[in-house]
Design a protein around this ligand. Structure first.
Ligand code: RB5
Length: 150
């Protein structure tokens, strides 16, 4: 799978680890930075990475900031993106099964590397369950159509 990856300074270290995990698992990574722990602004990374997903240049994105909150708020402004802030195996699995999340947001200052790797692996490998959830996700996506019409 082609995965867009991005972080601010608060997520830089975890992003580097995620890049290694993804590449070892055979995924192609499009790295949107940042490239150091020097302070930067999370929207400057989240927006282009989320837009890459919306345009179909990447199937998914994983975005990391200190809490994951700024990344998720920003990514969810991009039509076509369903970004989920996940903290554990349960939220990672349900973000895929129920929400068909195409962007995963993580807190680099919240999760240890072991839990973060488990979250990434589960989120990457879990399929959307469809059924009643497809109806709900379609209602979410209708909001994008309304936004574009305004
Ligand atoms: C940066 O200090 C921090 O605000 C950022 O990484 C993120 O947590 C924002 O939501």
């Amino acid at each position: 799978m082609r995965v867009a990856l991005g972080a601010d300074h608060g997520g830089f270290r975890l992003k580097q680890a995620i890049r290694t995990w993804l590449e070892q698992a055979g995924h192609e990574v499009l790295d949107f930075g940042t490239d150091s722990e020097e302070a930067c602004d999370y929207p400057d990374v989240a927006r282009p990475a989320a837009e890459a997903v919306a345009r179909g240049e990447a199937e998914r994105a994983i975005l990391v900031c200190g809490t994951g909150i700024g990344m998720s708020i920003t990514a969810n402004k991009v039509p076509g993106v369903r970004a989920a802030l996940c903290h554990d195996a349960y939220t990672a699995r349900l973000a895929r099964e129920h929400n068909d999340a195409n962007v995963l947001c993580l807190g680099g200052r919240v999760l240890g590397p072991g839990v973060a790797q488990e979250v990434v692996e589960i989120w990457m490998s879990t399929a959307f369950a469809g059924g009643r959830h497809a109806r709900r996700v379609a209602k979410v996506d209708e909001l994008d159509a309304g936004r574009e019409a305004r």
